[in-house]
Write a protein that binds this ligand. Structure first.
Ligand code: NDP
Length: 333
C-alpha cells in the first residue's frame, strides 16, 4: 500500500438525519484491508435509494463515522490477504458493498467482479446493484413466465427501468406506475405495455383499471418498491396464487400488516433483499454474467440521469429523494 495516499475524499455521516448530516471531507484516512478484501480506486460510484435509508436512519448504520454508498467501479489498487487471483492490482472491477462514497473503498471479494471488455466502467457502476436487484426479483422472488401480467411501481426509477426492460425481454407484460407523465413515457420506452397513475386518492379506481387490463384476474406479481403508500393497492391487484413482492420503502416502511389478508387469494408475500440472493462469489458471477448478456445481446441499457461530483452529494440526494430523477444517479470522486 506504499504508493497509496494516506488520506482521501469521502462523504460520511456522524449521525442520522436530513441531508444536513452529509459531510464531504478531503482528509479521511485511506482504509486498511482485511482478509479477502481488495481496495478499489473508484472511477464511478452508483447512488441507490438505500443510501438515503442509512442517512435518514430507516436502516441503522453499523457505526460512526459511517461512509455511505453501496456500489461503484474502478480499478483494484491493493489486495488484502487471500483475495482471489482474478482481482489483481490494475484489474477493472465493479463491486457492491459499503463505504462507496469515497476515492478508495475496501470491498469483500465476494461482491467484486472484473468488468468484461465490452462494458464500460461507468455503465458497470450504474448497473450492477439495481440491475441485479431487478434480475433476482424476476428470477427468484417471483419466477416470471412469458405472458405474465406484472405490476411495477416507480417504474422510471433505477430499479424500475431495469424491471421494465427485463420483463419485456423475458416476454412478460408490464403495467407500470410512476408519478408523472414524463416518467410513465420513459417506462413505456423501456418496455412497459400499460401505464397508470398511482391513484393514491382513490385506490378503487386503480384496482378497477388493473382488473380491466388483466381480464379480472389481477397480476401474477407486483414488484413494489414504494412501500407504505402503495402496499394496499398493490396487494389488492395480485391474482389468486400470485406474488406480492415488497422490496423497498421509498414512501416509508410497511407496518401493521395482518397476515390473514393473504388467505383471501392465497397470495405469496415476499420481502427480499439483493444481498441474500447474492451471498457468494459464485452467485454474484452467475447473476452478473446473465446481466452482461442482457446488455450485450438484448441491448438492455441503463439510463443515466446525471453524473455528479462527489462534492455535490447534497444536491444529488435531494434530487433522488425529491422524486426529480429517472434512471441512475452516478458520482465521480
Ligand atoms: P429510484 O430511482 O426508484 O428512486 C425512488 C423512486 O421512488 C422515486 O423516483 C419515486 O418515483 C418513487 N417514490 C414513490 N414515493 C416516494 C416518496 N414518498 N419519496 C421519494 N420517492 C418516492 O431508486 P432506486 O432504483 O435506487 O430504488 C428503488 C427502490 O428499490 C427503493 O425503494 C429501494 O429501497 C429499493 N431497492 C431494494 C433493494 C432490495 O434488495 N430490496 C435493492 C435496490 C433497491 P415516482 O415519482 O415515479 O413515484
Amino acid at each position: 500500500m506504499s504508493s497509496l495516499p494516506k488520506t482521501m475524499k469521502a462523504v460520511l455521516i456522524e449521525k442520522t438525519g436530513g441531508t444536513d448530516v452529509l459531510q464531504y471531507k478531503t482528509d479521511v484516512p485511506v482504509p486498511e484491508l482485511k482478509e479477502g478484501e481488495v481496495l478499489v480506486k473508484n472511477e464511478f460510484i452508483g447512488i441507490n435509494y438505500i443510501d438515503t435509508y442509512f442517512r435518514s436512519g430507516v436502516y441503522p448504520p453499523p457505526s460512526y463515522p459511517y461512509i455511505l454508498g453501496r456500489e461503484g467501479s474502478g480499478t483494484v489498487a491493493a489486495v488484502g490477504p487471500n483475495a482471489p487471483s482474478d482481482l489483481s492490482v490494475g484489474t477493472r472491477v465493479a463491486y457492491m458493498g459499503q463505504y462507496a462514497y469515497a476515492e478508495y473503498v475496501p470491498v469483500a471479494s465476494n461482491y467484486t467482479i472484473p468488468i468484461p471488455d465490452s462494458i464500460d466502467t461507468k455503465t458497470a457502476a450504474a448497473s450492477l446493484l439495481q440491475a441485479l436487484t431487478a434480475l433476482t426479483l424476476i428470477r427468484e422472488a417471483h419466477p416470471v413466465k412469458k405472458g405474465d401480467w406484472i405490476l411495477v411501481t416507480a417504474a422510471a426509477g433505477g430499479v424500475g427501468l431495469w424491471l421494465c426492460q427485463l420483463l419485456k425481454a423475458v416476454g412478460a407484460r408490464t403495467i407500470a406506475t410512476a408519478s408523472t407523465e414524463e416518467k410513465r413515457a420513459l417506462a413505456k420506452e423501456n418496455g412497459a405495455e400499460v401505464l397508470l397513475e398511482y391513484h393514491e386518492e382513490d385506490r378503487d379506481v386503480f384496482v378497477k383499471k388493473v382488473l380491466e387490463i388483466t381480464g379480472s384476474e389481477g397480476v401474477r406479481a407486483v414488484f413494489d418498491s414504494v412501500g407504505k403508500s402503495t402496499f394496499d393497492s398493490s396487494l389488492s391487484v395480485v391474482a389468486r396464487k400470485g406474488s406480492m413482492v415488497s422490496f423497498g420503502n421509498a414512501s416509508g416502511p410497511v407496518t401493521g400488516f395482518a397476515l390473514a389478508r393473504l388467505s383471501a387469494k392465497n397470495v405469496r408475500l415476499v420481502r427480499p433483499t439483493l444481498f441474500n440472493y447474492i451471498a457468494t462469489r459464485e452467485e454474484l458471477k452467475e447473476a452478473a454474467e446473465e446481466l452482461w448478456k442482457f446488455i450485450e445481446k438484448d441491448g438492455l441499457n441503463v439510463k443515466i440521469h446525471k453524473v455528479y461530483p462527489l462534492s455535490d452529494i447534497v444536491q444529488a440526494t435531494q434530487d433522488i429523494e425529491g422524486r426529480k430523477t429517472t434512471g441512475k444517479l452516478v458520482l465521480t470522486p
